[in-house]
Design a protein around this ligand. Structure first.
Ligand code: FES
Ligand code: FES
Length: 159
């Protein structure tokens, strides 16, 4: 079975992977790169647990064929958050507002938060809800998550 080689920048580091046919981006990140923070919930694009940023845009990595992610692509997973000031701010805000309970949804949820605040530092409620519409949380309730995003927005660093 032939593989395809790809070189990506993941969380600021260069990685080269050999991908068998049909390998999902989610599996490449978790199994080939050992970045287990990204979770698999539904595996069908419905829950958002597998959300990562691909060139700054949130994507459901369970639906993306890894071989179709081109060389040089920039990928950010939840492990990359602590390398950024905004990511650290978001993590603290989620904790302060009690936005994480079981935590299963959080790796995907917080990546959607990061993508939103990277684009706009002053999102309104509707924009926050829209940005997280693809992320399902079964236990915290969305109000605390929205509050956490608002708190992080207030602390978001100037560019
Ligand atoms: S695991 Fe990808 S959207 Fe649910
Ligand atoms: S914190 Fe449990 S699913 Fe969201």
């Amino acid at each position: 079975m032939s593989t395809v080689k790809r070189t990506w920048v993941v969380n600021g580091e260069r990685w080269t992977v050999d991908l068998p046919p049909g390998r999902r981006l989610l599996d490449a990140l978790r199994n080939d790169l050992g970045l287990k923070g990204t979770k698999e919930g539904c595996g069908e694009g419905e829950c958002g647990a597998c959300t990562v940023l691909l060139n700054g845009e949130p994507v459901t990595s369970c639906l993306i064929a890894a071989g179709q992610v081109p060389d040089g692509a920039e990928i950010m997973t939840v492990e990359g958050l602590e390398k950024t000031e905004g990511g650290r701010i978001l993590q603290e805000a989620y904790i302060e507002r009690g936005a994480a309970q079981c935590g299963f949804c959080i790796p995907g949820m917080i990546m959607s938060s990061f993508a939103l605040l990277s684009k706009t530092r002053t999102p309104d409620d509707a924009e926050i809800r829209e940005a997280h519409a693809g992320n399902i949380c079964r236990c915290t309730g969305y109000e605390k998550i929205i509050e956490a995003v608002k708190l992080a927005a207030n602390r978001w660093p100037e560019k």
